[in-house]
Every structure is written in C-alpha cells, then in structure tokens.
Design a protein around this ligand. Structure first.
Ligand SMILES: Cc1cc2nc3c(=O)[nH]c(=O)nc-3n(C[C@H](O)[C@H](O)[C@H](O)COP(=O)(O)O)c2cc1C
Length: 171
C-alpha cells in the first residue's frame, strides 16, 4: 500500500472518466475519509450528499450553469459528492476544504480519480438555492460549500509544478 506522502506526490485533478459506478466499499472508504477530517473545535458541522451524475438534479445543475452549452462539469465521472456545511459556524468553509481534500486523496489511494468542483456554487447559491437545498436534502442552516467528482479514471495528468522558493518562507 502507498504511503500518504506517495499519494500526495502523484495527486492531480482528473478530468476523464469511465462511467462505471464505484463499489460500495470504495464509496464508503471515500466518505469515511471525509468524515475523519479535522473540524474546528471538533464541531463536525459538515454533511456529505452522494449523487449519481446521471440524476435529474445533476443534469439540472448542468443546464442552470449554462442552458446553451449544458456543461458536464463532472467530466463524465459517475459520482458527485457534495460537501455542505453549517453557515453560522465561522470555520465551515475551511473544514469543508479539508474534508474534500481527504476524500480526493482517499480516492487516489484507492486507484480512482477525482476532481474538486467549486463551479456549481454559481447555481447552488443562485435564486434557485432553496430548490437545490431541498432537492439535496441539506440539513437546516446548511449550504453548499464544495464538491468532489469521482470515478474510475481513463487518464490523468502529471502533478503540477511547484515553486518552493517563491511560495515558502523559512525564518
Ligand atoms: C476550491 C476548488 C475548486 C475547484 N473547482 C473546480 C471546478 O469547478 N472545475 C474543475 O475542473 N476544477 C476545479 N478545481 C480543480 C483545480 O482547477 C485544480 O486543483 C488546479 O487546476 C490544480 O491542478 P491539480 O489539482 O491537478 O494540481 C477546483 C479546485 C479547488 C481547490
């Protein structure tokens, strides 16, 4: 089995998938990785919603993103995991980011691919917010934060270049 560092070093966003569904074991492992992420004060103020990308609600998101182009923002991945969180807690967005990265890394560790999806915030936070919140059965006071599209990848790319000198200061 790969170490966490090995998974981090070969991680990249995947934008090309086979349509095959994840097994229940794969999906449960990824969801558990999300729930095992740290949250500020151990508040655990996040909720995970699993959607089949062929579902009506995901197709509605595509349409609402751009009615003319109907963009398949999930790149053919079979599964979309929505991370929502309690709006009134100040650390919710940070916690959602950590949880989605835990799931991203878990999927890669399992030999799958995934990509963090933020673009649907445009529809989830639009005038149709109440409609989407209800359709996704988000808990009271929760809103969309971020999502992960995940599946068996056809291909992915090499990890992005890093610039240690520019982006790190060691005092
Ligand atoms: C908060 C966040 C939102 C993102 N939203 C999208 C998105 O909506 N669509 C997409 O294709 N990629 C999205 N990405 C993936 C980034 O584009 C990707 O991480 C970045 O280009 C670096 O590539 P890498 O992940 O392969 O290193 C998102 C990443 C983050 C962290």
């Amino acid at each position: 089995m790969e170490t966490v560092l090995e998974v981090i070093e070969r991680r990249s966003s995947t934008r090309d998938y086979y349509p095959d569904r994840l097994s229940k074991e794969e999906l449960d492992t990824i969801l558990k990785a999300g729930l095992l992420a740290p949250t500020a004060r151990n508040e655990q103020e996040l909720h995970l919603t699993v959607l089949d990308t062929g579902s009506e609600i995901v197709q509605e998101m595509c349409h609402d993103l751009d009615p003319e182009r109907d963009p398949k923002f999930y790149y053919g991945a079979p599964t979309l995991i929505i991370v929502s969180g309690l709006d009134s807690f100040p650390w919710t967005s940070v916690d959602a980011g950590i949880a989605v990265e835990n799931m991203h890394l878990a999927s890669i560790g399992l030999g799958l691919g995934s990509v963090v999806i933020g673009c649907i915030s445009r529809v989830m936070e639009s005038e149709k917010k109440a409609h989407y919140d209800e359709a996704l059965k988000l808990p009271e006071g929760y809103s969309f934060k971020v999502a992960l599209a995940v599946g068996k990848m056809i291909k992915t790319k090499t990890p992005h270049e890093i610039n240690f000198e520019r982006d790190v200061t060691v005092l």
